[in-house]
Design a protein around this ligand. Structure first.
Ligand code: TEU
Length: 567
């Protein structure tokens, strides 16, 4: 049993800073450009550190800033110990670390070690079969028919094997062909990763967000997968046979005895598995990102043309939240998120990005910041940024979107992108990656140059400067919620109880801790809704309306009204 992995419980000795923290995710390429090359950079972040400090967040999770050819915007790393030129250099990173630390904000780095870039020197040595590097990746001869060694399907669509001319073998990549999977069976690979992690910890990072970390162990022999609804092969690479052994080793070699935050990104994990990763007898991770709720409006994995992205059912979200809030109440720890750089904008997906944009952005903030667990706010959500209209495929940069669109066009004999436009608008990861809208000047104040990805047309209306001065500011509302959360442990460590589980439009729950109890009521629809909550007394703590419904026990909530009471 890992000593400092004894996280759970709501008792005081289990308190830790990362449970009480509000995390803010920065996607550096899109955050703020200081030098006019159209790409966000570290100096750009430094220039905006006060925005983060004002919001009151405690941790910045920095998506990858390492050297990378950017086939996947930095999730394809060619040197783990160097900062990409686009973003600056190591001294810029050190200054950012210091600026954040000076404001009591921790910095968590993205750890991408399921794969590297094919331009990493390990891969270059491996493809040349250099001594000691032959088995750093998964190399295989062709199958008997000359084709790929197995039938596994990539997260980005298509096959997971590419032919390497130099080595005359196939290599495995669960993502893009420029992201070869590291062979974790090789102890030397593991040692190199741990050494690199220790190196960053010595440099003062406060933790890691671990990219697809439950994919690092593959079934020995790499057998064919069963074909089904999800990507073919998942049973051989998600939560694989040696995953717990590898993570426990990482714990022993790197994390043990250090007061760091860890969060493992883990597609395809249920509560029982989450406990194995994060529980008292678990592998020593602090928390994980589950994907269950990211699949409420589609099946996950493949892109399926028949899906209706508008249609998701609040009762499914409730079922998911209730199960995870209760499931990890005694053991493990929840991380709460609705969006990130891989998902559409939350207000477009779960709220209303038209008439009720401001109200629904606040409602979603209320939801995130009142659940037990650690909340993650993605850049731009604090001002209610929205999805984008992708008019031509040429506007899209995301490798995942482009691959899936091309596959769909080929599979369904479609030759006009316009037939897929609605689909891309709803689903593309680039929705979350458009530049942060700082003000109403050219390119939303993001850059003096030409932005690497188009700016959302609505920037003249939706931007940080306008929002922060507006009477109904989303930013101020988030800030107040962050303050409230800091003041009251009940929002962090409370015990969750669901109300009205079958109601189609209103999400209501209480959190209780010792003699404190709070009631959260959220109308997820664009029409007024009346509910009886059976609670007769309550003092209003928060509302996203000027004239909130307060007449407990029966409340008539305005569209997307959110209220929090002390009861
Ligand atoms: O994402 C992994 C992941 O499983 C998905 O969110 C993925 O982007 C989606 O299924 C594609 O359809 C992580 C990173 O967050 C993502 O940005 C990277 O592209 C990916 O790993 C590879 O490193």
């Amino acid at each position: 049993m890992n000593e400092s992995a004894q996280t759970p419980d709501r008792t005081s000795e289990d308190r830790t800073w990362w449970k009480e923290a509000v995390v803010y995710q920065i996607y550096p390429k899109s955050f703020n450009d200081s030098d006019g090359d159209g790409v966000g950079d570290i100096q750009g972040i430094i220039d905006r550190v006060d925005h983060l400090d004002d919001l009151g967040i405690d941790v910045v999770w920095l998506s990858p800033v390492y050297a990378s050819p950017h086939a996947d915007n930095g999730y394809d790393i060619s040197d783990y110990r160097a900062i990409d030129d686009r973003f600056g250099d190591m001294s810029d990173w050190e200054r950012l670390r210091d600026e954040l630390h000076a404001r009591d904000i921790k910095v968590v780095m993205d750890l991408v070690v399921n794969h590297t870039s094919d331009e990493h020197e390990w891969f270059e040595k491996s493809r040349r079969r250099e001594d000691g590097y032959e088995d750093y990746y998964y190399w295989r001869d062709p199958a008997e028919d000359g084709g790929p060694p197995n039938n596994w399907e990539s997260f980005f669509g298509g096959q997971t094997w590419s032919w390497d001319e130099e080595r005359q073998q196939y290599y495995l990549h669960l993502f893009d062909e420029k992201q070869p999977d590291l062979n974790w069976e090789n102890p030397q690979v593991r040692e190199d990763v741990y050494e690199m992690m220790n190196w960053w910890l010595e440099k003062g990072v406060d933790g890691f967000r671990m990219d697809v970390i439950n994919l690092i162990s593959k079934t020995r022999g790499l057998p064919d997968g069963e074909e089904g609804d999800w990507q073919t092969g998942v049973e051989h690479f998600m939560n694989g046979p040696r995953i717990h052994e590898f993570l426990q080793e990482m714990y022993d070699e790197v994390l043990a005895g250090r007061d760091v935050m860890t969060v493992g990104e883990m597609p395809g994990v249920d509560i029982e598995e989450a406990k194995q990763y994060t529980g008292a007898d678990g592998d020593g991770l602090g928390m994980i990102f589950t994907f269950e709720h990211m699949n409420l409006d589609h099946d996950g994995g493949r892109w399926d043309l028949h899906e209706d992205y508008e249609a998701w059912d609040l009762r499914d979200l409730k079922e998911f939240v209730g199960r995870w809030q209760r499931g990890l109440a005694e053991e493990g720890w929840n991380s709460n998120y609705l969006g990130n750089h891989d998902q559409p904008r939350i207000v477009s997906r779960f709220g209303d990005d038209g008439q009720y944009r401001v109200e629904s952005a606040k409602l979603l903030g209320t939801f995130l910041l009142t659940l037990s667990g650690t909340p993650y706010v993605y850049q731009g959500d604090e001002i209610g940024m929205t999805n984008v209209d992708w008019q031509h495929l040429g506007e899209v940069v995301d490798v995942d979107t482009i691959n899936h669109v091309e596959l769909l066009m080929a599979e369904h004999d479609i030759d006009d992108y316009q037939e897929l436009r609605g689909f891309v608008n709803a689903r593309s990861r680039d929705n979350a990656r458009t530049p942060v809208q700082w003000d109403d000047s050219d390119s939303a104040g993001f850059t003096d140059g030409k932005p690497w990805l188009k700016v959302n047309d609505n920037y003249t209306e939706i931007n940080v400067a306008a929002d922060r001065t507006a009477d109904d500011s989303v930013f101020e509302y988030y800030r107040d919620l962050v303050d409230l959360r800091n003041e009251r442990d009940v929002f962090v460590y409370g015990e969750f109880e669901m109300f009205l589980p079958d109601h189609e439009h209103v999400f209501a729950f209480t959190q209780s801790l010792d003699d404190e109890r709070v009631l959260v009521v959220l109308n997820f629809s664009d029409e007024p809704r009346t509910v009886d909550l059976g609670e007769s007394d309550g003092r209003l703590l928060v509302s996203n309306y000027d004239d909130p419904a307060t007449d407990l026990p029966t409340l008539t909530l305005a569209p997307f009204e959110a209220t929090v009471f002390e009861v």
